[in-house]
Design a binder for this molecule. Structure first.
Ligand code: SF4
Length: 263
């Protein structure tokens, strides 16, 4: 049950909820979708989980795979109470994703309620902002590399995206405050693209002082929404992962269901 009429920000370059700062409501959240499925990415791949997807993002990745939370954000304003009830009826694991969940004060309240109820909480974030009072068992951080910037798709927004996509202060605070994983979407169809992405990743890992032993928590996920192409993409990542100690990041939901909302 939603608490108010559907709140939508229809398709425009600036559609965002919110564009800047932290949305203040502690009792409601703009929810794009919620469902129960298997975790498709990261260290907990395959684990049955409730997914709560928040609408609204401060970035505009050119290849965004959830544009209904960013480029054309639309969400039903939903009470925290309703979300707690939804999760109570599902698995122990809850994944709060987006969009950018850490833009919403209500997410902190939701995580407190879910933690008190005994849930395991994963938050999927781009790591560009910090939100106080969040309870989280796994901070799943996906910093965005330079190929995400929409220079052709939306030049006016590209500058803003470029300024925001890597926020070292927030990233450092997140990885020193929570159990974490770093998930990088990489382009591996051509070796030059992969080399560029790996160079950017190495620079960031140095800036964040990520220890050698923690590289097993650094995952490289192929930018790919075609199930038939996934195996070749994983294969293209094998060598660099073995050499540098990264993990190949599975995309189980793509392999099982293709690029389908609610999976
Ligand atoms: S951070 Fe995530 S939700 Fe936001 S634009 Fe990029 S891929 Fe889409």
């Amino acid at each position: 049950m939603t608490t108010t009429a559907t709140a939508t920000a229809t398709a425009s370059e600036d559609a965002s909820t919110p564009a800047d700062g932290i949305a203040a409501s502690e009792t409601t959240l703009p929810i794009q979708e919620r469902f129960v499925s298997l975790q498709g990415e990261g260290a907990l791949v395959g684990v049955p989980s409730s997914f709560v997807r928040v609408a609204g993002c401060n970035l505009r990745c050119t290849w965004c795979d959830s544009p209904a939370t960013s480029w054309a954000a639309s969400g039903a304003r939903t009470s925290v109470e309703e979300l707690v009830r939804f999760c109570a009826a599902g698995p122990r694991h809850v994944v709060i994703t987006g969009g950018e969940p850490l833009l919403f004060r209500g997410v902190a309240v939701l995580t407190q309620r879910l933690a008190a109820a005994g849930h395991h909480i994963t938050i999927e974030t781009a790591g560009t902002v910090w939100l106080d009072d969040v309870r989280c068992d796994l901070m799943s951080i996906s910093p965005k590399l330079s190929h995400s910037t929409p220079w052709r798709r939306a030049p006016r927004l590209a500058h803003r995206h470029e300024q925001r996509r890597l926020a070292l202060k927030s990233l450092r605070r997140l990885i020193t405050s929570y159990t974490w994983q770093l998930k990088f979407v990489v382009q591996c169809g051509a070796s030059d693209d992969l080399a560029r992405d790996v160079a950017e990743i190495e620079t960031l890992l140095t800036q964040l002082a990520v220890a050698q032993r923690d590289r097993e928590s650094v995952l490289l996920m192929p930018e790919c929404t075609e199930p038939a192409a996934l195996t070749d993409r994983y294969r293209a990542l094998t060598r660099v992962c073995v050499e540098r100690g990264y993990r190949v990041g599975e995309r189980l939901h793509i392999a099982l269901f293709g690029h389908t909302p609610g999976t």
